[in-house]
Ligand binder design. Structure first.
Ligand code: AMP
Length: 469
């Protein structure tokens, strides 16, 4: 099976005359959560319509495509993965027709028992169309003995493990569910129509609500199922919630800074990470420079706390396309130069504090340090706004396998030498916890500790590792 570590964004809307158009806007705001494929499924109350393609939201949903998605209900998905030629088959929403009617589903997260469930289903005769773990859920729903869709979903949700923020579309309703730990975010909001009616919206991040003019109300709770249908909104716990394990990396890197994630503004946590990093690891320098865009908020915090001027000395080209072909051997470090250009007069002769959110393999960081050095920086002090990433994520973030994670196999001094920085320091886990105000220990830090809040089966670990990019 292909790798399971899909990074995704999900959206759902009930009760809007132009549901697919609004879903399109919602996905536009969630584009950063996945740039490989996107899709929308809508329903006019009788039939489900679906469009999913490889590419960016803006390219996929032309007026013709959106015209083919009628109805007042819609769900949408953006996806990133490295699944190669199988990618379109795995693009979501996935839809099926079964004895519970037509259903479509979109998933953010990663099921940790998908291989085992799939093997059981296949030995019982199920035929899979994709290699994605999400399809397992549809098979479990189809095979459930429960007569109602909600009952069958409940049945399926109780069998799956790991991280899931799920949006389902049936002919006349949407059903939303979140895993009992609440690994991935899932916000709920209301959108007032011009005729005074109110419709319900759900999204991975609240930045999607801002674009469509919806108000963020609260989060779908861990272990909760929400149904928006002809009889109104019903909310129920389909299982006993576990101790929350919200993904801290959403606040470190993944979410947009203008979102409120797990009830907390991301920009605020990132700035605090920078402030605490400055307190933990001060250094005498002339300028604080962010690696755009991921290091910006933390660099602002670092500069504010240290009193050292903030300078945007690396300029990012936002138009680097996915189709760009790198000249095979001619120019070293071409990739990073294409994306980032240093401003020489801000860097020449300067002692630079370079701030980024994380180091994964270390290769990009080394290229950026070299770029800043080539623009004349005298010293480069790399500051990272989270602890060293030492363990892969099995809950939906695309981290490489253990042997490719530089901090899993090297000391900080060795990484410092590898990235060619004059000094390197990371935010301590206590600082990170403080920055996201995790007083109750409700976040998951497994990529920094190697301690996973759920049981990860050994076989799953091996497959996930070898299946990684
Ligand atoms: P590297 O130095 O090659 O490890 O790359 C580090 C850069 O990758 C940092 O700027 C991060 O913002 C970025 N990064 C970290 N995690 C991810 C991820 N899961 N997906 C994409 N980029 C990431």
């Amino acid at each position: 099976m292909d790798k399971f570590h899909d990074e995704c964004g999900v959206f759902a809307i009930y009760g809007h005359p132009e549901a697919a158009n609004v879903a399109y806007l919602g996905l536009y705001a969630l584009q950063h959560r996945g740039q490989e494929s996107a899709g929308i499924a809508s329903s006019d109350g009788r039939k489900i319509y679906s469009a999913r393609k490889m590419g960016h939201v803006a390219e996929i949903f032309t007026p013709e495509v959106l015209n083919g998605l009628p109805g007042k209900l819609a769900i949408g998905h953006t996806r990133y993965s490295t699944a190669g030629d199988t990618a379109l088959r795995n693009a979501q929403p996935l839809s099926v027709a079964c004895n519970k009617g037509q259903i479509a589903v979109a998933h953010n997260g990663n099921l940790t028992n998908a291989i085992e469930l799939r093997r059981e289903l296949e030995s019982d005769g199920s035929i899979f169309q994709s290699t994605s773990d999400t399809e397992v859920i549809l098979h479990l729903v189809a095979r459930s003995r429960e007569r109602t869709l909600a009952g069958a979903l409940r049945d399926a949700l109780l069998q799956i493990e790991g991280a899931f923020s799920l949006v389902f579309l049936a002919e006349d309703r949407i059903i939303i569910a979140r895993d009992p730990h609440g690994f991935r975010p899932l916000a709920m909001g209301r959108l007032e129509l011009s005729n005074g009616e109110v419709c319900t919206v759900f999204a991975s991040e609240t930045c999607a609500f801002d674009l469509i003019g919806a108000t963020y109300e609260n989060d779908v709770l861990p272990g909760e199922m929400v149904i928006a249908g002809p009889e109104g909104i019903t909310r129920e716990l389909y299982t006993t919630p576990e101790k929350p394990a919200h993904c801290v990396f959403e606040h470190v890197y993944f979410s947009r800074p203008d979102s409120i994630v797990f009830g907390k503004p991301v920009a605020e946590s990132r700035e605090m990470m920078g402030r605490l990093l400055a307190r933990e690891h001060p250094v005498d320098a002339d300028v604080v420079v962010p690696v755009p865009d991921s290091g910006v908020a933390a660099a602002i915090g670092y500069a504010a706390e240290s009193g050292i001027p903030y300078r945007q000395a690396l300029i990012r080209n936002h138009y680097v396309g996915r189709t760009f072909i790198e000249p095979s051997q001619a120019i070293r470090d071409f990739g990073v130069k294409l994306k980032l250009n240093p401003i020489r007069h801000l860097l020449e002769g300067k002692r630079v504090i370079l701030v980024d959110d994380s180091i994964v393999r270390g290769t990009t960081s080394r290229k950026i340090v070299r770029l800043v050095r080539s623009a004349g920086a005298r010293e480069i002090h790399l500051r990272i706004s989270c602890p060293p990433t030492i363990s892969p994520c099995y809950y939906g973030v695309d981290t490489p396998s253990h042997h490719e994670l530089i901090a899993a196999n090297h000391s900080i001094k060795e990484i410092e030498a590898f990235v060619e920085a004059d000094s390197l320091a990371y935010l301590h886990i206590d600082g990170l916890r403080q920055a996201v105000q995790d007083r109750k220990h409700h976040f998951c830090y497994s990529c920094y500790t190697g301690h996973y809040p759920t049981l990860i089966q050994i076989e799953e670990l091996v497959t996930a590792k070898t299946g990684c990019c």
